[in-house]
Design a protein around this ligand. Structure first.
Ligand code: KG4
Ligand code: ZN
Length: 344
């Protein structure tokens, strides 16, 4: 089967074509080499010092969409008429951005008479992460611009074991970066700068964890104050920010790990690209005798493959997943713990 996945929830417009037959889809098949036929994306960059502007991002998506789709088909060596299934990210995300992906998916589906599947973007991050790491039943940390959640799979759903009480890790990094004059998304810039720090000291910063939940808004205010004071080296601020924020989230993961006694831990989402976070989680997992894996770097950030893969699972295992193109929904605040996951 050939499945086209369309991603457009926030800054990224991406398309991917995956190929999977029944055996490749089989959980015992661990070879992912020929799963992805092509994967193309383009990321909207805000102006320096600014965050993502939903309307501007949606304009970006509308402008690049046909080029990305054509390139994706070309690289896969596939004609659109050969596609068996179209899936699109239906939420959660920014309304104007979601609308672009949904319009394209609906049009292709109705014109070429191809089944259409709406996919929850966050479930896409998790399910692709599991597929590509070959883990079976991991405690999962989803860290991105839209999510900071610790999750466990139980009775057909991904259950939230802990989450942020205010801003996400991605928002924390992006807002700090913007304060330093960078353009959002800027988590990778913070990591780069942190790597240039002398690392002699971590500036004392607010450290808030409540049970399995975390809070980063006080940390953000404190870091903004450090930047404003102009008394501190920017690289050292980035280093201190990373050490503090990651210690908080790793402690929350450890609490969940002690309780659930899971033997596998997975990290997914844009922030999982951060090497220091992976290193800290790896150390914590060693202590708990759990295997740690991170989503492969290429698939940490938003991509069409997470949507294509999850759409395919929905199509095969969930009888009512197909939607009529004229009724295909989008939802800006679609929580992942409401989604039935019947293939796990
Ligand atoms: O998953 P993603 O692409 O989009 C959402 O679903 O939100 O995640 C984007 C987030 C942004 O906040 C970006 O700054 C952050 O991931 N990010 C990083 C790194 N690379 C991307 N954060 C920390 N370190 C990185 N290396
Ligand atoms: Zn995402």
């Amino acid at each position: 089967m050939l499945c086209l996945g369309i991603e457009s929830t926030a800054h990224t417009f991406g398309c991917s074509i995956i190929s999977s037959n029944k055996e490749e889809n089989d959980k015992s098949n661990k070879n992912n080499d020929d799963l992805v036929l092509s994967e193309v994306r383009d990321i909207y960059k805000a102006n320096a010092g600014w965050g993502i502007h939903p309307k501007e991002a949606s304009k970006h998506h509308a402008q690049v969409a046909s080029k990305i789709l054509k390139e994706c088909l070309f690289k896969a060596g596939v004609n659109i008429k050969e596609i068996d299934l179209i899936s699109y990210s239906a939420g959660p995300g920014l309304g104007p951005c979601l609308r672009i992906g949904a319009i394209i998916a609906r049009s292709l589906s109705s014109f070429y008479n191809i089944p259409l599947i709406p996919v929850n973007h966050a479930i896409g991050h998790i399910e692709l992460g599991i597929k590509l790491t070959n883990l079976v039943n991991p405690l999962t940390l989803l860290v991105s611009g839209g999510h900071t959640m610790i999750l466990v799979f139980y009775k057909n759903k991904w259950r939230v074991f802990g989450e942020t009480l205010d801003i996400t890790l991605g928002q924390l990094f992006d807002q700090v970066g913007r304060n330093m004059g960078f353009a959002s998304p800027c988590g990778n810039k913070i990591e780069e700068l942190s790597n240039t720090s002398e690392k002699n000291s971590v500036y004392p910063l607010p450290y808030v964890i409540k049970g399995n939940d975390v809070s980063f808004s006080g940390l953000l205010t404190a870091v903004k104050n450090l930047i404003k004071s102009k008394k501190y080296v920017i690289a050292d601020i980035c280093f201190s920010l990373q050490e503090t924020a990651f210690s908080i989230i790793v402690e929350a993961v450890e609490r969940a790990l002690s309780f659930t006694e899971k033997k596998e831990v997975l990290i997914v989402g844009g922030v999982s690209a951060n090497n220091r976070l992976s290193q800290m989680l790896q150390e914590a997992c060693k202590y708990h005798s759990s295997i740690f894996k991170s989503c492969p770097l290429q698939f940490c950030g938003d991509n069409g493959t997470q949507i294509a893969w999850t759409g395919l699972q929905e199509y095969i295992y969930c009888p009512n997943s197909k939607v009529d193109p004229d009724k295909a929904p989008i939802s800006q605040s679609w929580r992942l713990d409401t989604v039935d996951v019947l293939w796990r």
